[in-house]
Ligand binder design. Structure first.
Ligand SMILES: O=C(O)C(=O)C[C@H](O)C(=O)CO
Length: 274
């Protein structure tokens, strides 16, 4: 399993672009017919991509680094459909998962596998350490808590869907949703924020292959950026801003883990402070 170590804020200003990507960006997570996992020491999140082919299920194995008998022995897991549609099988129960549907899998689930109905099926995996078992629950896109935010004048009008959150499907640490800027809007999470109590991961998808997202990170006043393509994932340490602008429309999954699960617990940063 690829391991990403935690980063002190003093380090980021001196990193080369290559070092920045090696520490924070996960590319090529979705390889047809394979399952890939990355361990981040930022709040001990595990991130992954499962890209099964029709007729060839993929089993979630337990990487040696977890020193666990099975993946969810001490962990909870969210599986989100970011392309195609298929089924996630959890201890014999079958959960159909389509585009932007999410499945929360509680601590204690033993056997997990992924099946595709069509080529191009991609499941994004995010996991955090879990202190207690919460119920495994399917959250279809249509049942996510949906709000609209932003303004056309700021090119940041967007739909925010919350799948796993304090007022909905419960978890130990994970808070997860999907945000989609509306047509003509390209900025996400603008004006930006930090939340020193939680790490956040963004996974960009539904982006045409010739388009890109400029994702910004770092401390206010010391902004760095990484250029991301469809399917790329970026890890934001708790101290880091995290916001982006696309060359066109896109969607992104956001998932957090850490000290609390309060979505509203953000320290807002004004545009001049960036
Ligand atoms: O576009 C947005 O704003 C977001 O989706 C914000 C993310 O949910 C986030 O960064 C929460 O901390």
């Amino acid at each position: 399993m690829d391991i990403r170590h935690a980063t002190h804020p003093d380090e980021i200003a001196h990193m080369s672009d290559e070092q920045l990507r090696a520490r924070f960006v996960i590319s090529d997570l979705f390889v047809p017919g394979s399952l890939k996992l990355v361990y981040s020491h930022e709040d001990r999140m595990v991130l992954g991509g499962a890209s099964p082919l029709p007729g060839a299920a993929l089993d979630l194995e337990t990487p040696a680094e977890l020193r666990a008998d099975y993946f969810c022995q001490r962990r909870e897991l969210a599986v989100t459909g970011l392309g195609g549609h298929g089924t996630v099988v959890v201890d014999g129960t079958r959960y159909p998962l389509g585009h932007m549907d999410a499945l929360y899998i509680g601590r204690g689930a033993r056997e997990i596998s992924f099946e595709a109905d069509i080529e191009g099926t991609r499941f994004f995996l995010s996991s955090a350490v879990s202190g207690e078992a919460h119920s495994t629950t399917l959250i279809p896109k249509a049942e996510a808590l949906t709000t609209e935010t932003g303004e056309v004048e700021h090119a940041n009008r967007r739909i925010v869907r919350k799948h796993i959150h304090e007022d909905g499907v419960r978890s130990s640490q994970l808070v997860l949703g999907i945000t989609a800027p509306e047509t003509g809007s390209v900025w996400n999470s603008m004006p930006p924020h930090t939340h020193d109590r939680r790490t956040e991961v963004y996974a960009y998808f539904d982006l045409d292959e010739n388009e890109r997202v400029f994702h910004f990170m770092g401390l206010p006043g010391q902004t760095r950026h990484v250029l991301l393509k469809d399917g790329d994932v970026v890890i934001s340490p708790a101290w880091s801003m995290h916001f982006g602008v696309g060359t066109t429309n896109y969607s992104f999954l956001w998932v957090m883990a850490g000290e609390n699960q309060s979505f509203a617990d953000m320290d807002q940063i004004t545009v001049p402070q960036i």
